[in-house]
Design a protein around this ligand. Sequence first.
Ligand code: 2AM
Ligand code: CA
Length: 262
Amino acid sequence: MSIWTELDQTITLWLREARESILASLEQALDIDTKSNANDLVTNVDKETEQFFVRQIKKHYPHHKIVGEEGFGDKVHDLDGIVWIIDPIDGTMNFVHQRRNFFISIGILENGIGKLGYLYDIILDELYFAYEGHGAFLNGQSIAPLEKGRVEEAIIGFNPASIPANEAAQTMIKLMKDVRGVRSYGSAAMEFAYVATGRLDAYISLGLSPWDFAGGKIILEELGGIVTDLSGNPVKILENSSILAARPGLHEQLLKNYLRAK
Ligand code: 2AM
Ligand code: CA
């Protein structure tokens, strides 16, 4: 068994354990706090879930490095070796307000190459997973590679709160009118999972952090999806970035006709 298959089996068990404990915590009062602004929420469950993973990884894989949103991981400056990038709850606002539509998101890289990606819809118990070079799966069922798409037939994921306050806003609004539909789910992990399974054709975000996109990028790329920043440049994994994640064909069309259009 390869180290990745073995690691996957272990992570799947940890994810199930984390899910049980998140579901149990939903039966109790949440301890809710704010971070960078009044809408940037964090709860005791975000922190406890990240601590659970950090504890397990440190115990079983002490040489691996960890980047975690809530800061319980390591100070990671480079992608040498094996690096875990973890968002214990992606879609915290959904978690607090809706009690659904939130994910655990994990990406694992070896020397900068994405190897394993996990997006776990806790309420629906749907686990999206990819192993680089070996396919992507939803609850163990193989996900079909992505076919080419076109703007006129596309449903895109987009957060209207992130329409830029400059002339690019007009192009963005034109795009919203040209596509078939626009959706805003409030969880980058969910939007990546939806692009991976064809429920969305593209996802656009003006500013995400590494833990918001690491797991999703690995899964989408395994399916032939394309993930860049909004200028079409490769995403730097350890830095905040804008994100354009889309089917092939559609990705080029969005860049050429909207995002890079003058
Ligand atoms: P979170 O729930 O883990 O905070 C919502 O559009 C998406 O953007 C979610 O994935 C959310 O992740 C993320 N997000 C929310 N606030 C953010 C911020 N200040 N910087 C980067 N990503 C953010
Ligand atoms: Ca989070």
